[in-house]
Design a protein around this ligand. Structure first.
Ligand code: SAM
Ligand code: 2KA
Ligand code: SF4
Ligand code: MG
Length: 230
């Protein structure tokens, strides 16, 4: 007689209409090609990586669970055409997908800041993805999901945060091997704040004539670099 099949309940995602939010604030976008624009920030709690240089460790824990509808209401109250979902690692929370859909439905331009360690194919195509491929000095380079290099479109940007000559040569090899200058999306090269002098990175890029956009974290020059909520 065959063994009785176990009864398995269908998998449910009870949290999909809510997210755990660490902070919500209005500022100027400090990074990417959207830098300088008014932007509301939705910072979600939790991250599975531990980049050596992370400036947002405070977002690894805590925060408050909020309904997606409540977050959208707060986002609309900023009266900013653009919002960014960041973290922590925002794609770890199942509720982030309905959140992004709801923000788009509300007529907002939605930016997403995510590490390159998570497959981005489920992100709604209208979202502007900023995908950060981790360099050796982050300590998390082996977590990169390189399928993301072919899952991004003209709205998106690949970001590489560089803290040393080793990181730079790693990033340069990535650009050259994958012919990233020919992709529909742009490539951003940024420095780890206070680790590599920005001028040094600028000079390397010029010397090698790399097809990338140099950028700084503008908010760290406008405000105290340790200030929260900016
Ligand atoms: C705090 S993370 C949150 C989103 C996601 N976890 C990620 O890593 O992309 C946002 C961005 O800040 C960058 N970042 C964090 N600490 C930094 C630092 N000390 N200097 C420069 N960029 C930093 C990250 O590399 C990432 O591109
Ligand atoms: N002003 C400002 N711009 C940002 N762009 C990306 C940020 C982030 O922490 O993901 C960030 C941030 O923390 N502040
Ligand atoms: S992935 Fe982002 S939030 Fe997580 S540790 Fe790295 S920089 Fe910080
Ligand atoms: Mg930040």
């Amino acid at each position: 007689m065959p063994a009785a099949r176990p009864h398995i309940e269908p998998r449910r995602v009870p949290t999909a209409d809510s997210v755990v939010v660490k902070e919500l604030y209005l500022s100027l976008q400090g990074e990417s090609s959207h830098a300088g624009m008014l932007c509301g920030f939705i910072r979600l709690t939790g991250c599975h990586l531990r980049c050596t240089y992370c400036d947002s460790e405070f977002a690894f824990h805590g925060g408050s669970r909020m309904k997606v509808s409540e977050v959208v209401e707060k986002a609309l109250a900023w009266n900013s055409p653009t919002v960014e979902v960041t973290g922590g690692e925002p794609l770890l929370q199942p509720g982030v997908y309905p959140l992004m859909e709801a923000l788009l439905d509300a007529g907002l331009k939605v930016l997403l800041e995510t590490s390159g360690a998570i497959d981005v194919r489920l992100v709604p195509p209208a979202v502007h993805k900023i995908v950060d491929m981790k360099t050796p000095s982050s300590g998390e380079c082996d977590r990169n999901d390189y399928r993301n290099l072919t899952s991004m479109n003209a709205n998106d940007e690949l970001k590489i945060v560089i803290g040393s000559r080793v990181d730079y040569e790693w990033a340069r090899a990535l650009v050259q091997e994958h012919q990233l200058g020919k992709k529909p999306y742009g490539v951003l090269f940024s420095t780890i704040f206070d680790k590599l002098h920005p001028r040094q990175l600028a000079e390397w890029i010029i010397e090698d004539r790399l097809p990338v956009r140099f950028q700084l974290q503008m908010h760290k020059y406008l405000w105290d670099p340790n200030e929260r909520g900016v």
